[in-house]
Design a protein around this ligand. Structure first.
Ligand code: ADP
Length: 513
């Protein structure tokens, strides 16, 4: 609902020379086609306005003229920047056209220039292009509107005279013609500048803006026509009756557009957020894929080793005549392999439960952690014996009582101590100390094993993570430490590790008392 002013957005990018210094002033002073064009339009337009101002005393009644001028300014200031374009919709040009009919073309150039100056000055507050830029912008805007309304006025006057004899055509055609001329002159003057300045093909600009042409023409001709008739018939009252509602609707339209813009902004934010979500989901999917691959590796490699061993030794038992001692030896190996298999299966089942997102339920009770450590060591001592590893464990003189889930604590200790044995070569040793420190019960599990490279340390508690060089040395799933971490966290405890390759590792378990 309004007339479009093709308001100018001056190119604000300064030109930078090879030495990096700004040479903006050189550009401004240089005689370029853009500058020549800008000067011609500005000078021509301003000359027309001066001519309009000289004829000021002839505009009668002068008070109504000034009232119309004030309304044009107000209308222009309520102009609405349409989303994403340098096109503004307002109704001030309808006033200019009415002024053409009421006071003549020269008066209309003054009204148009006043309105355009007002809006250019207001917009400078938000985008100050420097005083030279500001003068350029305002002069060109004035020039463009003055020339457009001047030519529209000429067409209006000529067609009014030509159609004087036909009351119907005479009352419609001049308004329509003038509005079309005004709109197109305004648009093409702007296209000229944008083309010279930014090298945009003229037809591209025209195509972008052509949707606005019918609205402009309609509002300018109908609005201008009604306003002129109203002022002729009712003078001041006419302005109030016919123009103020238009102005108010322009204002509400402006509010509507700014709200829409805000909503669009929110929508864009939402889209950005969703895109992020999608990226996160993709990352998660990648992780799931990696886990799947690692899981398959466990199934194919780590479970295969004990299975092959069971199969091989069972065949030996079946096919060969063996002495009692040899039979016991083989049975032990088979049992060991079965235990390994069971451990792998248990680990897989546990990690699924622990990391499924459902909180870990703890069955808390008070027990002696030192005693539990001793029990766990006893249960896996045979592993150490097989590898000739000494377990150094000092009995603690007094109990270390904690309130925790005993079974889960046992699992933590079992994983840590069996790892220490698993990743220590034959003849090494593992020392285990239990003590109290502050509000924590602490268990240090120190081995003289292969150690963990520094860059692997931060990831060692991730599931399926195994140090590459350890994979040939021991069977494992890479799940034991992930289980330990989940269980320790569920107890509000802490698990720390220090390690040096080929020297050994120390895992420190801290559980609150
Ligand atoms: P795994 O079933 O492979 O033992 P864990 O989650 O228990 O899985 O351990 C992950 C990896 O951390 C192991 O594969 C091993 O490379 C390394 N690791 C764990 N404990 C020790 C240790 N005491 N000494 C050296 N490396 C260790």
């Amino acid at each position: 609902m309004g007339i479009v002013l093709y308001s100018l957005k001056m190119s604000a990018q300064p030109i930078v020379s090879s030495k990096g210094k700004h040479v903006e002033t050189m550009r401004k002073q240089a005689i370029t086609p853009r500058n020549v064009y800008l000067s011609i339009v500005s000078i021509l337009g301003i000359a027309l306005v001066v001519w309009g101002l000289i004829r000021l005393p002839a505009y009668a009644p002068l008070l109504t003229f000034f009232l119309l001028l004030a309304l044009a300014v107000a209308a222009q200031i309520t102009s609405t920047s349409l989303v994403g374009g340098n096109v503004t919709v307002e109704v001030s040009t309808a006033v200019s056209l009415a002024v053409v009919a009421l006071y003549g073309t020269s008066a209309a150039t003054v009204v148009a220039a006043a309105a355009v100056t007002a809006v250019s000055v207001t917009s400078l507050q938000t985008s100050w292009p420097g005083w030279k830029g500001a003068v350029e912008r305002i002069s060109f805007n004035i020039g463009m509107s003055a020339i457009a309304i001047f030519l529209a006025g000429l067409v209006f006057e000529a067609s009014s005279v030509a159609l004087e004899s036909s009351p119907i055509f005479g009352g419609i055609v001049p308004w329509l013609l003038a509005a079309i001329i005004h709109d197109q002159i305004n648009l093409w003057l702007l296209i000229g500048l944008l083309h010279l300045q930014n090298k945009i093909p003229p037809l591209d600009i025209w195509r972008d803006h052509k949707w606005a042409v019918p609205i402009n023409v309609l509002v300018m001709s109908v609005g201008g026509g009604i306003l002129a008739v109203a002022v002729k018939e009712f003078n001041f009252l006419g302005i109030a009756i016919f123009f103020l509602p238009i102005l108010l609707s322009a204002y509400s339209f402006r509010i509507y557009v700014s709200q829409t813009k805000r909503q669009m902004g929110q929508l864009e934010e939402l889209v950005a957020l969703r895109t992020q979500d999608l990226a996160d989901a993709n990352k998660e999917l990648e992780q799931v894929n990696k886990d799947k691959d690692a899981f398959l590796a466990v199934l194919t490699h780590d479970m295969r080793t004990p299975l092959t061993s069971i199969k091989g030794y069972s065949s030996i038992l079946r096919d060969r005549e063996l002495g009692r001692e040899q039979q016991v030896q083989i049975a032990k190996i088979i049992l060991r392999s079965e235990e390994t298999l069971l451990e792998i299966v248990n680990n897989i089942l546990d990690i699924e439960k622990l990391q499924s997102g459902t909180p870990i339920l703890l069955e808390r009770s008070s027990f002696d952690l030192a005693l539990l450590v001793t029990t766990v060591i006893e249960s896996i001592e045979s592993l150490a014996l097989e590898k000739n590893i000494a377990i150094l464990h000092q009995e603690v003189p007094q109990p270390v009582i904690i309130t925790a889930d005993e079974q889960k604590t046992q699992r933590i200790l079992l994983n840590l101590i069996s790892n220490a044995i698993k990743y220590t070569p034959e003849g090494g040793n593992v020392s285990i100390d239990t003590y109290m420190k502050g509000h924590f019960a602490v268990v240090d599990i120190k081995d003289t094993g292969y150690g963990i490279p520094e860059d692997e340390l931060p990831h060692i508690f991730d599931r399926f993570r195994r140090v590459e060089s350890h994979q040939q040395r021991a069977v494992g799933t890479g799940l034991g430490l992930a289980i330990v971490k989940s269980l320790v966290e569920a107890h509000d405890g802490e698990i720390l590790v220090t390690s040096e390759v080929n020297v050994g590792s120390t895992f420190t378990l801290k559980l609150p008392l």
